[in-house]
Design a binder for this molecule. Structure first.
Ligand code: CA
Length: 385
C-alpha cells in the first residue's frame, strides 16, 4: 500500500451570531481538512490547526510522502518532523501540518487493519469519555438573560461541567459575569474559566483571587502560552488550579512547562500537538509528572473522533479504586458554539448523554465524511500526486 495523493480542503462557514473571547470576535468557522488516498483506493482523513499549514503540507511533505507506506506512521512522522529545518520549524503551522497528515495516516492504518484508533493504541480503558460544554462566549446584549439561559441549557442537557470566557471585559465585569453563571447553575456543576492568554500575571492573579469563593474548577490560559515563569506566578498567587497548553506543538514545546509543574492541567490539541502520535507522547509525559490531561477540542468530526479515541486510552491520573472525571479521569472539551461544519461534515454527529460520549468504533476514525458537504464548505483546495 502506497500514498498516491494528498489533498487539503480549507472549509469555511459563516455563522448567524458572532461571538467573542479574550482575543477577538468571529462571524465564521474554519477547518483545514487533509485527505490522503492510497494506490488501492483507501482514504484517510485528517484535520490541521490552521489554513496556512496547507502550504507546509504541500511545499515540505508531499514530495517525500507520496509513494510511501501510510501504515508506517512512525517513519512518516519523524521524516516530517526533521524535514522542517531539523525539527526547528515544527512550532506553529509546521506542527499543524504534521498533525493533519498524522491523523490521516492513523485513519488509513486503522481502516487497513479493521481496527479503531483506540484499539490501535492498545485499547480503551473506559467505554465512555466525559465531556464538558464549551460555550458562554461573549455575545452582544447577552447579560444577564441570554448568558444565563445558555448556562441553564447545558445543565438541562445533562452536562456536569461548562466553561466560560474571561479577559474580554474589565476584571470587575468578568467577575460579575462569572458570578452570575455560578449563582444560576448552583454549586454542583463544574465551572471553568478561560482567558485565552489575555492577561499579564498580576491581572490574572487579581481575577483569580476575586473569584476565589466561586468554586472555579480551573483557570485556563491565564497568560502567554510559553511564559513558564508567568504561569508559575499565577499558580502561586491565586487559588484556582491553572490549565493550559492547547497551542503547544510537540513534546519539546511542552517540556519546560510540564517539568517545572507550571500547570495543574495540560490541554493538548490533536490538530496542533503533532497528531495522534505526538499527543500520546506529550500526554504520557504529563501523566508521569502527575499532571491531569484534559484534551482541548475545537474542530470537525475528524478532530472529535481522534480526541475521544485518545482520551479513551489515557491512564487515570493517578489510578484510584473509583476514578472520576475532573478528579483522576480526563474530561474532553465539547464545543457547543455554532458550527455548521461540525454539524454537517459527517453523516453522524457526536452526541453526549449525561456528560459522556461513547468511544468511536472504527475502523480508523469511524467517521464517514459527506463529500458533498466538504465541497460545499470548501473555499480553497490543493492537491499533490
Ligand atoms: Ca481554551
Amino acid at each position: 500500500m502506497k500514498i498516491e495523493k494528498i489533498e487539503t480542503f480549507l472549509l469555511e462557514s459563516p455563522i448567524d451570531e458572532p461571538f467573542g473571547w479574550g482575543m477577538g470576535w468571529t462571524d465564521r468557522r474554519q477547518s483545514l481538512i487533509c485527505k490522503i488516498t492510497t494506490d488501492d483506493g483507501m482514504v484517510g482523513w485528517g484535520e490541521s490547526g490552521g489554513g496556512p499549514s496547507a502550504s507546509v503540507i504541500h511545499d515540505c511533505f508531499s514530495d517525500f510522502l507520496i509513494g510511501e507506506d501510510p501504515r508506517n506512521i512512525n517513519r512518516q512522522w519523524h521524516r516530517m518532523f526533521y524535514s522542517l529545518h531539523n525539527g526547528y520549524a515544527t512550532g506553529g503551522f509546521g506542527g499543524d501540518a504534521i498533525s493533519g497528515i498524522d491523523i490521516a495516516l492513523w485513519d488509513i492504518a486503522g481502516k487497513a487493519s479493521g481496527k479503531s484508533i483506540s484499539e490501535m493504541l492498545g485499547g480503551a480503558v473506559r467505554e465512555k469519555v466525559a465531556v464538558y460544554a464549551t460555550g458562554l462566549y461573549y455575545r452582544k446584549d447577552e447579560f444577564p438573560t441570554k448568558l444565563i439561559d445558555e448556562a441553564l441549557s447545558y445543565v438541562e442537557a445533562g452536562y456536569q461541567g461548562m466553561k466560560t470566557k474571561v479577559g474580554g471585559l474589565s476584571v470587575a465585569e468578568d467577575v460579575r459575569r462569572v458570578s452570575a453563571i455560578r449563582r444560576a447553575i448552583g454549586d454542583d456543576v463544574y465551572l471553568m474559566i478561560d482567558a485565552n492568554k489575555a492577561y499579564n500575571a498580576s491581572t490574572a492573579i487579581d481575577l483569580g483571587n476575586r473569584l476565589a469563593d466561586r468554586n472555579i474548577h480551573w483557570f485556563e490560559e491565564p497568560v502567554m502560552a510559553t511564559d513558564v515563569a508567568a504561569y508559575l506566578q499565577v499558580k502561586a498567587g491565586q487559588p484556582i488550579p491553572v490549565a493550559g497548553g492547547e497551542v503547544l506543538r510537540n513534546r519539546f514545546e511542552n517540556r519546560d512547562i510540564l517539568i517545572d509543574r507550571a500547570l495543574d492541567i495540560l490541554q493538548p490539541d490533536v490538530m496542533l500537538a503533532g497528531g495522534i502520535t505526538e499527543f500520546r507522547n506529550t500526554a504520557m509525559l504529563a501523566n508521569t509528572l502527575g499532571i491531569q490531561v484534559n484534551p482541548h477540542l475545537w474542530g470537525s468530526p475528524i478532530m472529535i473522533s481522534a480526541t475521544l479515541s485518545l482520551a479513551s486510552t489515557l491512564p487515570p491520573c493517578p489510578y484510584s479504586v473509583n476514578p472520576r472525571p475532573y478528579e483522576q479521569e480526563p474530561v474532553v472539551e465539547f464545543d457547543r458554539t455554532p458550527n455548521p461544519i461540525r454539524n454537517e461534515l459527517a453523516s453522524v454527529a457526536f452526541e453526549q448523554e449525561g456528560g459522556f460520549v461513547d468511544v468511536p468504533q472504527g475502523p480508523g476514525l469511524g467517521v464517514e465524511i459527506d463529500e458533498s458537504a466538504l465541497n460545499r464548505f470548501c473555499i480553497h483546495h490543493t492537491s499533490a500526486g
